[in-house]
Write a protein that binds this ligand. Structure first.
Ligand code: KG4
Ligand code: ZN
Length: 340
């Protein structure tokens, strides 16, 4: 079965073709990051309009790249939420219409299920059951994935998502958007001994997160250094390092706790923040050695391009759902900006 996947939930237009027998046949991505960077963050209306401009040419490009015509495609999967309503509607309208025109089924995919399943696109994919840490600009959650579609929430952020915290901290230091990769690069030059930020909610039991307090801490530290305008390059790097250490350490502590609580031996990590190098290294280090009677944990994450938003993860999740007999029954074009 060949499935076309369409992702337009935020600021990336992603399209891919996945073949259940041959794997990923082709993929294309257009990132709007440069356009939104001028505004310091994603402007929803600009995002929707740009998806309108990019989407169909990208579909054509992917089909050409795979040497496919419409007759070779068996289904169309699209992100139906959560995300920006207008942006989602562009993908949903295009996907539903293509499927209708081609006489094939359409299937609505939850964006976070796309992220969750992305590591399964890699060689030696993890097998169910596993624990997943999903860390993106919109979500931070830990869940137990027992089988396809059987997911149990273990914990989530009560306020800002980890990626959102990176983006806001970067903005405070005048680093621009998106903040994660910039803070991460700058942190390399930072002195880890100069500032220590708190590890929120790690001193009490449970698997929920809270990252909004780190923003205040960041703001106060910037003020201590004389304000945003007075920051030297070294101040910025030292703050970036302390901030990154705090987020990474907090995520690692909660992941270790989730592994102990569930007893599973595989941790899957996905979403934009899972591209963070320090997070990858620390998690591997912390979970590889068995703690007090626990098994060593295998940590799986997708290649960088599949960590951030992309069409491949949606094509893949849609293919699994279509193969399981699921498909959209009506011709309606509906999206869910909020979708638990
Ligand atoms: O999954 P994603 O592409 O979009 C959402 O669904 O939100 O995640 C984007 C988020 C942004 O907040 C970005 O700053 C963050 O992922 N991010 C990173 C890194 N690369 C992207 N955060 C920390 N370190 C990185 N290397
Ligand atoms: Zn995402």
């Amino acid at each position: 079965m060949r499935v076309l996947g369409i992702e337009t939930s935020c600021d990336e237009t992603g399209v891919a073709l996945y073949d259940t027998a041959r794997g990923l046949l082709a993929e294309a991505l257009y990132s709007q990051v440069a356009m939104h960077a001028e505004h310091g963050g994603v402007v929803p209306e600009l995002a929707s309009r740009d998806h309108v401009r990019r989407l169909l040419p990208l579909v054509q490009q992917v089909m050409d790249q795979a040497g496919c015509t419409a007759a070779d495609i068996d289904g169309v999967a699209y992100t139906a939420g959560p995300g920006l309503a207008g942006a989602l509607l562009v993908g949903a309208a295009a996907a539903r219409s293509l499927a209708f025109g081609w006489g094939i089924p359409a299937v609505a995919v939850h964006h976070m299920e796309g992220h969750l399943l992305a590591p399964l696109l890699e060689d030696e994919p993890p097998a169910f059951p596993f624990v997943a840490l999903l860390v993106s600009g919109g979500h931070t959650l830990l869940l137990e994935a027992r089988s396809l579609g059987d997911y149990h929430l273990l914990g989530e952020s009560l306020d800002d998502a980890a990626g959102e915290a990176f983006d806001k901290a970067a903005k405070m230091m005048g680093l621009g958007y998106p903040g994660g990769p910039r803070i991460s690069a700058l942190a390399e030059q930072g002195d880890p001994a100069r500032f220590t930020f708190p590890r929120p909610m790690t001193d009490r039991p449970g698997l929920d997160f809270s990252f909004s307090g780190l923003k205040t801490y960041c703001l106060n530290t910037i003020a201590e250094c004389g304000g945003k305008e007075a920051l030297s390059e070294q101040d910025r790097a030292d703050i970036a390092r302390a901030f990154e250490e705090a987020v990474v350490e907090t995520l690692v502590i909660k992941c270790r706790r989730a592994m102990q609580q569930t007893g599973h031996d595989t941790l899957v990590m996905a979403g934009g923040v899972s591209a963070n190098r320090r997070l990858r290294a620390r998690l591997a280090e912390a979970l590889a050695k068995p703690a007090r009677g626990h098994k060593p944990v295998r940590v799986c994450y997708p290649r960088q391009a599949l960590c951030t938003d992309n069409g491949a993860m949606i094509a893949f999740a849609g293919a699994l759902r279509l193969a399981g007999g699921e498909q959209q029954q009506d011709l309606g074009i509906a999206v869910r900006a909020r979708w638990p």
